[in-house]
Write a protein that binds this ligand. Sequence first.
Ligand SMILES: *Cc1c(COP(=O)(O)O)cnc(C)c1O
Length: 379
Amino acid sequence: MSQISTPCYICEEELLEKNLKILEYVQQQSGAKIILALKGFAMWSTFDLAAKYLKGCTASGLYEAKLAREEFCKYNKNAEVHTYSPAYKEEEIEEIAKISDHIVFNSPNQLQKYICKVKEINPNIHVSLRVNPEVSSSPVDIYNPCGLYSRLGTTLQNFDEKVLKYIDGLNFHALCEQNADALEEVLAAFEEKFAKYFTNLKYINFGGGHHITKKDYDVEKLIWIIKEFRNKYNVDVYLEPGEAVGWETGYLESTVLDVFENGMNIAILDTSAEAHMPDTLAMPYRAEVRGAGVANEKKYTYRLGGNTCLAGDIMGDYSFDAPLHVGDTIIFEDQIHYTFVKNTTFNGVKLPSLAIKRKNGEIEIIKEFGYEDYKNRLS
Ligand SMILES: *Cc1c(COP(=O)(O)O)cnc(C)c1O
């Protein structure tokens, strides 16, 4: 039995470093630079480790860029901060320009609106345009940046050659949890549409969604693709994964609060699918529970639900070898990426604590949340 108070996300340092070492291998073999997408994983208490291996961060806007500057760059003086937003606001652009090494615009409109101001504030900043290759095999629409009517990135049709004199690179982001063969497909479309603009470019950013640290990912193929591309066009290549950094690096621990029957066995936990495991509902997907099977695989099946009033706040149906009791621990596997970065205090439920399991097995609680965190977000 564990002693930590639940709910709690526990990131395992050893597993995180294992992922970082795979990414380091890709960098060494391919010559690409890999930066961390804070959108998916922003546990900054681990950045001392991440900054040893990765070349910087990619930020979705001012706050993530500030976090990268404050908490990542202090461990790696050469770390780069790349900032991309679908659209920038007038009141934020100056600070973004000041603290970013790379700025990525989503449209020629935005680039032309801000380029002079950005260059005036930071003459050394690298400027890029995100383009939309209009090819993606993303498994679900909510995570498909190249779907119909996409607002993310500039299509070839909307490309304005007037921006060419300002840009140092191009970005695309078209993948979601995908293997190297999906990258190959996207690259073919990207090159076919945009290679004519590469002439004076210094780099191409291949975005995120590369599931590099997953067991069946074809790392050697990725390395080969990047090397070929770099040789062919004589440009630097960036990758900016989020998920692949946090993939299978820890778990969410929760406690059973009540057990009863209503046509089937139901257990209510002190965590929430809606507030703490949002992609189980949005993607949707089924999180693995340690020691449990699918419904009816083992002797005792329960519907696991969250502690909010949302009827659909359900993690799924799971079976166990023994009946569940109040006070039992339930562990959801692989809950470090895209979880606490998306948490809400919906229903006033307590935010799970954040902890790191050190290499010696010790669990260090880094942060606990309480009523003030709920209150401070409201007025
Ligand atoms: C979300 C996102 C990423 C990271 O994607 P992962 O699937 O977490 O690897 C990288 N770049 C951009 C532009 C993104 O929107």
